[in-house]
Design a protein around this ligand. Structure first.
Ligand SMILES: Cc1ncc(COP(=O)(O)O)c(C=O)c1O
Length: 159
């Protein structure tokens, strides 16, 4: 018997997700930016997906961004938040030293661009006194992972 214990990294796709995706791949494969009817059908399906996900997450469809994977999502989230914060003078980013490289490399680049970066030695939101103090005035991004597949670690903090 095979026991697969790496579901935090990759997981077998659920039947529901597969059933939703197959029509998109087999029939509704148009470029949603194209004006022809195949593209527009794809654009409608994309909008529906955004609305469905937004409904689950309690946000608006315009707040849902699809990316090609984790690294792109990390980059987009960190940079968007960092640049938005910088507009109001907040240029401090806090994370942990044991984040994924997609986070750490992006933070390094942001540091080179003039942001100040603090890497906490370990996760654990509650263990750090910084959040009660004046650091919040300049804090623009707080990025802490919730679960770590490499260390098999789950932060016990509830947000
Ligand atoms: C936080 C985080 N970012 C990025 C990645 C890499 O994702 P991808 O290979 O889709 O770019 C992972 C993969 O485990 C991850 O855990």
């Amino acid at each position: 018997m095979t026991v697969y214990a790496d579901n935090a990294a990759t997981t077998r796709m659920s039947r529901t997700a597969l059933d939703a995706m197959l029509p998109a791949m087999e029939e509704n494969y148009g470029n949603p930016s194209s004006l022809h009817h195949v593209g527009q059908a794809a654009a409608e399906a994309l909008l529906q997906a955004r609305q469905d996900i937004a409904g689950c997450l309690g946000c608006t469809a315009r707040e849902i961004y699809f990316t090609s994977g984790g690294s792109e999502a990390d980059n987009q989230a960190l940079r968007s938040a960092a640049y938005a914060g910088a507009k109001s003078g907040k240029k401090h980013l806090i994370s942990t030293a044991i984040e994924h490289h997609a986070i750490l490399h992006t933070l390094k680049q942001l540091e080179e661009e003039g942001f100040s970066v603090t890497l906490l030695p370990e996760p654990g939101f509650h263990r750090f006194p910084i959040f009660s103090g004046g650091m919040n005035d300049c804090l623009t991004v707080l990025c802490l992972f919730f679960s770590c597949i490499a260390l098999i670690l789950l932060d016990d903090q509830r947000f």
